[in-house]
Design a protein around this ligand. Structure first.
Ligand SMILES: [Zn+2]
Length: 376
């Protein structure tokens, strides 16, 4: 087991990259999808089940954990890994994005953000130094810089101002993070959909120097076409020998399109959140299990899937427990969705290794175009 954080690029196919991140808590195979464990749990899943889906790393949310149960309490209890019983790598976000999207009465200054908790209305402050402190108390393996990003569409002046503030905060984050062997700090490129702002941001981050680089400010309302438009040039602005992380993405076709454009890591609540609302992602597209067409259907959700929901249960059962609001409905559909997302990642990793990414993507798209199996 390594003592340091490192990234090895093993193969490329076009712009798609196969690699491995080594950390003292284990290896992360890339391209990697990170399930989101918002408040110290991937909802409806035991940690060993999350691991069984093929996840090498989880994401934890600084904003939620700082408010409840607080970073100081988690630290006293041995850190987030021990607290939530997940001994593999954890990446934490900086809290910046969620402060802006979830909290009340925000006040943004050069120093940071003052806000009221959405949980109990209490008053808090978050800036680069405090974000680094919280992520250290949590024991995060991959720490994200504190940043700010406007929802899109936004006018270019607002995007530029926000990006430059985030770059000043990136330098403060780097200083506050210090030297912590075995832990990584990632910078976050901003700049909206504008080429020159993305280039300016990448240059600022490279001058500071980070262990990895994220593409921020995407998947915030711009749509897939605009996002892919940015991903056609933005990843190339970041150092090739460091991991590239696209934050908050996405749907299966977003993920495949991002990997094709050179992204190594992604995270999204979609597979777990959708699992709780009766939506399943399959090789042949999205299935709404609440639809009455499934109520007499003895077939599995996805013939090709080896998850417990598909191996042991029928569509009729999954439909019934969703309608009856049974907890097992969320458990089974979340497991299936997380497994499907990890199967996509595994498929892409094998395809890149074999130099067959384009053929793999064509097969992925053809299966989706077929649509769900015909009703009985
Ligand atoms: Zn399944």
């Amino acid at each position: 087991m390594t003592e340091r954080f490192s990234f090895s690029l093993l193969a490329t196919d076009g712009k798609a990259r196969l690699g491995v991140i080594s950390t003292p808590r284990g290896e992360i195979r890339t391209p990697a999808f990170m399930p989101v464990g918002t408040a110290g749990t991937v909802k409806a899943m035991m940690p060993e089940s999350v691991r069984a889906t093929g996840a090498d790393i989880l994401l934890g949310n600084t904003y939620h954990l700082m408010l409840r149960p607080t970073a100081e309490r988690i630290d006293r209890l041995g850190g987030l890994h021990r607290f939530m019983n997940w001994d593999r790598p954890i990446l934490t976000d900086s809290g910046g994005f969620q402060v802006m999207s979830l909290s009340d009465l925000r006040k943004l200054t050069e120093d940071g953000v003052t806000f009221r908790s959405h949980v109990d209305g209490s008053r808090h402050f978050l800036g680069p130094e405090r974000s680094m402190e919280i992520q250290r108390l949590l024991g995060s393996d991959i720490v994200m810089c504190f940043d700010e990003c406007p929802a899109l569409p936004a006018d270019e002046a607002r995007v530029a101002e926000s990006m430059r503030l985030s770059m000043r905060w990136a330098a403060r984050s780097r200083d506050a993070f210090g030297d912590r062997p075995g832990h990584a700090l990632f910078g976050i490129q901003q700049g909206g959909v504008t080429h020159d702002l993305r280039a300016e941001s990448a240059e600022a981050l490279r001058a500071i120097g980070f262990d990895g680089y994220a593409l921020g400010g995407l998947a915030v309302g711009e749509g897939q076409e605009a996002m892919f438009g940015v991903l056609d040039f933005a990843p190339d602005m970041l150092p090739a020998d460091r991991p590239r992380y696209l934050m908050g993405v996405g749907k299966p076709d977003d993920i495949v399109g991002a990997v094709r454009r050179g992204v190594d890591m992604m995270d999204c609540v979609l597979p777990s959140r959708s699992g709780r609302t009766g939506q399943a992602f399959t090789r042949r597209g999205v299935v709404n299990i609440k639809n009455a067409r499934h109520q007499d259907d003895p077939r599995p959700l996805d013939e090709a899937c080896t998850c417990p929901a598909c191996r042991n249960y029928s569509r009729a059962y999954l439909h019934h427990v969703f309608r009856a609001k049974e907890i097992i409905s969320s458990m089974l559909l979340t497991w299936h969705n997380l497994r499907y997302f990890q199967d996509i990642m595994q498929g892409m990793r094998e395809a890149i290794a074999a130099g067959e990414f384009a053929a793999w993507q064509a097969g992925f798209e053809a299966a989706r175009a077929e649509g769900d199996i015909e009703p009985l």
